[in-house]
Design a protein around this ligand. Structure first.
Ligand code: 5AD
Ligand code: SF4
Length: 439
């Protein structure tokens, strides 16, 4: 009988896509996907370390497997991703969970194939974690599970060293993929019928900044959107220090590119932005939003915000609130600052008490939700184009997203997954829209 795999993923879209590559490797080795975790012969944890709660989550889930491993000693447990790449974490994981069979790093997930072979041969635990990234590995075929959406990496790693962030330490220096690989991957995805392509990088705007690709991000985006066919193009994440008019001009040129920019602001206070080492000001950020909307009046922005960064005063926090209102974001991911070992901010003296952090995050979430709800209401009676992604069994409705990422539900007698449909919106419920198909 064919052996089966189960992958548990934590963290961001990058990790979700990396798990598709891990699945590709496991299938190459001969495993097939298990329908439940209990059925699996190998369980792979693709971990995240960006905030403490992501780590605690993984610790809890790995710990819970002790019993399963006892019942089935042949089960292989592999742990990889950002956490194993963190200084000192491998030791902690090793000691805390002696039943882990394989450990690999975020910089060498492609080694999983040989590590499994070694584990099967040697029987003892195998650990292989690289200190520094190798070149970009191009021979891993991802096993994609989110049709009609597909993610395509354009850069790996990050050079920005925002003072709170661990990513540059665990993902290494920024590397850009060669345009020919990216373009041939997108062409092939479009030929296979994928309808939404998202270009991924920690800071897409610095694509090719080291001169290794002969192309800027704007030029790459232009080339991707010039590929024939009906599909959408998205990109994330943009960094306000590098976001520029050239990119917006390319958006203007191609209707295929969604009029949505994910532009993390992190804070509305110049003081805090400086301490965060973000290298832009509140004024520069607002100027970029203005430039975007002057060229594309319908454009929306989404963002990431951290509250409770060391030294953040009530005044600083209120500046974040004011900026959120001024920009009127389509949505925002909001986080409580989490100190990460080895980062500059973790050593800062003026850490904020938890009670203050909690109070600020609650107020911010309330503000963001109220803006999102208000935006939803403006959809009533309008017709929007939705890319159908899935069927919700519980609701008995199909669902998809408009170009701004807003979820729309609708009824259909025929399978619509992978199709663009026009929905007349009849109901707005919080962040979700409900509508009827119109031709
Ligand atoms: N604490 C809280 N949020 C963080 N992020 C990154 N590092 C931290 C941290 N230490 C957030 C930022 C980033 C998003 C991916 O995660 O907002 O944009
Ligand atoms: Fe972290 Fe800043 Fe790099 Fe984003 S740009 S991954 S927040 S260091």
């Amino acid at each position: 009988m064919q052996e089966k795999y189960h992958i548990v993923t934590y963290g961001c879209q990058m990790n979700v896509h990396e798990s598709e590559k891990i699945a590709g490797i496991l299938r190459r080795v001969g495993y097939e996907q298990a329908s439940t975790i209990e059925e699996a012969d190998i369980i792979v944890f693709n971990t995240c370390c960006i905030r403490e709660n992501a780590e605690n989550h993984a610790f809890g889930n790995i710990g819970a497997l002790k019993k399963m491993k006892k019942q089935n000693p042949r089960l292989i447990i592999a742990v990889g991703g950002c956490m194993t790449q963190e200084k000192g974490k491998t030791e902690i994981l090793k000691n805390k969970f002696p039943f882990i069979d394989i450990m690999f790093g975020a910089l060498n997930f492609e080694d999983l194939e040989t590590l499994i072979a070694r584990k099967k041969q040697e029987k003892k635990r195998v650990i292989e974690i690289l200190e520094e990234a190798r070149g970009i590995v191009e021979d891993v075929e991802p096993y994609r599970t989110s049709y009609p959406n597909a993610w395509v990496n354009i850069t790996y790693g990050c050079n920005n060293f925002c003072s709170y962030c661990i990513v540059p330490y665990v993902r290494g220096r920024e590397r850009s993929r060669k345009p020919e690989y990216i373009l041939s991957e997108v062409r092939s995805l479009v030929e296979q019928g994928y309808k939404e392509i998202t270009l991924l990088g920690q800071n897409v705007n610095s694509y090719g900044a080291d001169g290794s690709t002969g192309m800027t991000f704007a030029e790459l985006l232009d080339a991707v959107a010039s590929i024939e066919g009906k599909f959408r193009v998205r990109f994330m994440t943009s960094h306000p220090k590098d976001f520029n008019e050239d990119v917006v001009k390319v958006m203007e040129k191609h209707r295929k590119i969604c009029r949505l920019v994910h532009l993390p602001v992190q804070s509305g206070s110049n003081e805090i932005l400086r301490e965060m080492n973000r290298r832009y000001t509140r004024e520069k950020y607002l100027g970029e939003i203005k430039m975007l909307r002057s060229r594309l009046p319908e454009a929306e922005a989404t963002t990431d915000i951290i509250v409770g960064f060391p030294g953040e005063t009530e005044e600083d926090y209120l500046q974040t609130e004011a900026l959120v209102k001024e920009v009127d974001f389509a949505s925002a991911f909001t986080f409580v600052y989490s100190p990460r070992q080895g980062t500059r901010a973790a050593k800062m003296e003026n850490q904020i008490p938890e009670s203050v952090q909690k109070d600020r995050i609650m107020r911010l979430v309330e503000l963001v939700n109220s803006l999102t709800r208000k935006k939803s209401e403006t959809y009533l009676g309008k017709t929007v184009e939705i890319l159908c992604e899935d069927y919700d069994e519980k609701k008995g409705l199909y669902l998809g997203r408009d170009e701004f990422g807003r979820m729309g539900y609708f009824k259909s007698e025929t399978d619509k997954i992978g199709e663009f449909v026009h929905l007349k919106i009849t109901k707005a419920n919080g962040i979700s829209l409900y509508g009827e198909i119109v031709e």
